[in-house]
Design a binder for this molecule. Structure first.
Ligand SMILES: C[S@@+](CC[C@H](N)C(=O)[O-])C[C@H]1O[C@@H](n2cnc3c(N)ncnc32)[C@H](O)[C@@H]1O
Length: 251
């Protein structure tokens, strides 16, 4: 796959600060490195529940039949496929800045004979290469905590959504039920890095994962930020015993 053209480069010269640029580069390299083991790790870590959560997110994104959907940071394409299965979308544009993740997605779409209804694109979520109000709905799964500039990412998702269309974001969250939250923290911070070391041969990537969740906003804080970028009727729904949360807002 060819590298992104300069205007889609996730590290524009003089754009974001050095720390932020660093984060984007490290995140892109990390996902490219683990791309071939990413789906298997998701299946193991979530005990097979991850696709059900994406189906819920896809259902919540539903818009006018026959519309065009955008899946931001699609990775290996699972939410794009869920959008095709759960909604009446005519076509899904699925973008990511890791060509390694998209390559795995491309093979999957071909296997499932869905290649003609999904367009894969290398692009930066912080600089979406689409005009305002292009899409009937815009989704993301497990992207937000990886962004160098969360406000900019959310503002871009809102900008390219048609008035009245849904912006949907699925993300891992820390459960709050007493007892379960401690057990989950132990599983996530100890077992997951160990599993990542064995299955993906990348303990570092699966140590970053729980840390990124720990540093991320609470569902309430994310709700407020989504409202600040101009989304209306923002609400959230916890799934998987509080280990993931899906936020929706109207553009
Ligand atoms: C945890 S994966 C999620 C992939 C997919 N959405 C899923 O449901 O499995 C995070 C993805 O976000 C992508 N990503 C992170 N920052 C990005 C950015 N600024 N622009 C585009 N993609 C980005 C990574 O390359 C990676 O594929």
């Amino acid at each position: 796959m060819t590298p992104p053209p300069p205007h889609l480069n996730p590290l524009p010269p003089g754009g974001r600060g050095p720390g932020e640029g660093d984060k984007a580069r490290l995140v892109r390299e990390m996902f490219t490195r683990i791309a071939r083991r990413y789906d298997l790790m998701n299946r193991l870590m979530t005990f097979g529940r991850h696709q059900a959560w994406r189906r819920v997110a896809a259902r919540l994104a539903d818009a006018q039949p026959g519309g065009l959907a955008l899946d931001v940071a699609t990775g290996t394409g699972d939410l794009a496929l869920a959008l095709l299965g759960q909604t009446h979308m005519r076509h899904v544009v699925a973008m990511d800045f890791s060509d390694g993740m998209l390559e795995v997605g491309r093979e999957k779409l071909q296997r499932k004979e869905a290649g003609r209804r999904v367009s894969l694109l290398v692009a930066d979520a912080l600089l979406l290469p689409f005009p305002d109000k292009t899409f009937a709905c815009v989704t993301s799964a497990f992207l937000l905590r990886n962004l160098a500039d969360l406000t900019q990412g959310l503002a871009e998702m809102r900008r390219v959504t048609q008035a009245g269309g849904k912006v949907v974001a699925l993300e891992i969250t820390q459960p709050t039920f007493p007892g379960w939250s401690g057990l989950f923290a132990w599983y996530f911070k100890s077992l997951v890095p160990w599993l990542g070391g064995i299955v993906a041969r990348d303990r570092e990537a699966y140590t970053y994962l729980p840390r990124s969740v720990e540093r991320f906003l609470s569902p309430r804080e994310l709700t407020r930020l989504m409202e600040e970028v101009g989304l209306r009727n923002v609400s959230c729904r916890r799934l998987g015993l509080g280990t993931v949360t899906v936020h929706t807002g109207t553009a």
